[in-house]
Structures are given as C-alpha cells and as structure tokens.
Ligand binder design. Structure first.
Ligand code: SF4
Length: 248
C-alpha cells in the first residue's frame, strides 16, 4: 500500500496504523499515549490528523486509524492545531504542575485561564499505558478503578498487590512520570509495596527486584545470570568487536 503523508509517499501494509507508518518514515505526530510496541489506545487524542479519501475529508486519531491504499494525510492544519490546543488546555487544567504537560502547553502557546489557577494537580492523565504494560507482562497488578472524576489507576483497594513484581514497567512507560518509584538503600517502593533489589554480579549496581527475576525465570524456564542490561550489552559489544577483529 502507498499513502501520502505531508507530501511524502510512504509504504505500509494492511493492518498498520497511520502512526506506525509515520513513525517508520520519521514523520512526527504528537502523542502522549502512543508507545512503540503497544497497540494504539486513542486516549490522549493529540495525534489527530486530517485524512483525505477521494473527495472525503475527516479528522482521525493516527494511533488507531488503519491505513488504506491511496489516502492522503496532513498532520498539521489550522483546524488540527486548534483541536490539539483545546486538548492541551484540558490536560493543563488536570495537571497544571506537571513538567511534561507544561512543556507541551508552552510548545503550543497554551495558557491556563486565571480563574483555574488554583486547580488541584493530578499528574496522571489516565492514558492507560501503565495498565497495558502490566497486562502485557501478564502480571495484571494495576487497573483503572472508580468512574468519572474519581477514576484513577491503582492496585485493588489501593493495597500492596501480591501480583506486583516491582518491575517498574508501568513507571517506565508513563508519559507524565506520574507513577512514583523510589529506590533507597537497595529497596524499591512502588504501588505501596517495597521490594528488595538484586545487585548485578558484574558492576554491583542494583538493577531489578527478586520477584521480577523469579517471574522471568518461571515464564521463560531458564536461570537468570544476575547481570544487568548495561553489562550484558557491554559484554555483547566486546564479543562483537573481538569476532570483527578476528575476521578482518
Ligand atoms: S499513571 Fe501514567 S501511564 Fe498510567 S494512566 Fe496515568 S499517565 Fe498514563
């Protein structure tokens, strides 16, 4: 399939979304809730773009819109920018103290009206990426709870969850740094639960929790070597260099 994004002809295949094709072609479409490797969630709505199909024009969310052959896409028009600004204003009213949202608002020239200046801050924009990450891992320790203005992400009853392995994937994917993960003296605290951290046998740095290691070992049925990702990459780099030198 061939589609035109901002005048550039881009190849894609059936089932791919506009966001995936745009990303592969280094075309930037703003988003908070889209993460490579995840299905589009269509929650933040910042990735609105204009799609022309024959004579018809429509505004769609790029992260959930499956491409069709021959469509023409414009990622930024006056109408789209106006819509994005409205969305950013709503985000700013929810998260007025959040650095990521403030940065976005500044980029788009959005200011919060004075009468809302004392609004309570909530760093979480309810995008659901953390819940998706936890679900993908198969741990399902967190989910959306309550409805309407009280809706939030949490463990059941806000209690320390026995299903949480303290891996921190939720905090890692969060676009607004809303999930508090603290590490002090070899202990990681997240979602009201504390975990002992394991040290890398090469560099000695704390890098994961005992529960995460056990979970991976059981899932993949192999014994972990207790080496952090950084040291593993370093070792692989040296091996590659060595074999490269042996060839040439
Ligand atoms: S905590 Fe972060 S990732 Fe989870 S829903 Fe809120 S903003 Fe999204």
């Amino acid at each position: 399939m061939l589609i035109n994004i901002d005048g550039k002809m881009c190849k894609g295949h059936a089932g791919e979304t506009l966001m995936e094709v745009a990303n592969r072609n280094n075309i930037d479409i703003p988003s908070l809730c889209y993460k490579k490797g995840f299905e589009g969630l269509g929650r933040c709505r910042l990735c609105l773009v204009e799609v022309k199909e024959g004579k018809r024009k429509k505004i769609v969310s790029a992260c959930v819109y499956p491409i069709k052959d021959g469509i023409e896409v414009i990622t930024s028009t006056d109408e789209i920018i106006k819509m994005r600004k409205d969305i950013i204003l709503l985000l700013l009213l929810r998260s007025p103290e959040n650095d990521y949202i403030k940065e976005l608002a500044e980029e788009y020239g959005v200011k919060s009206p004075k009468k809302y200046k004392d609004q309570k801050n909530d760093d979480c924009i309810l995008c659901g990426l953390c819940v998706e990450a936890c679900e993908k891992l198969g741990t399902n320790a967190i989910s959306f709870v309550y409805r309407g203005i009280t809706k939030k992400v949490s463990t059941p009853f806000d209690d320390p969850s026995k299903d949480c392995i303290g891996c921190g994937s939720c905090a890692e994917v969060c676009p607004t740094n809303a999930i508090k993960l603290r590490e002090i003296n070899g202990t990681r605290t997240i979602w009201n639960r504390s975990f002992d951290l394991i040290q890398c046998t090469v560099c000695g740095n704390y890098y994961t929790t005992a529960e995460s290691l056990k979970y991976v070992e059981e899932k993949l049925d192999y014994e972990e070597d207790h080496i952090c990702e950084r040291c593993k990459r370093k070792a692989m780099g040296s091996k590659f260099k060595e074999s490269f030198q042996n060839i040439y």
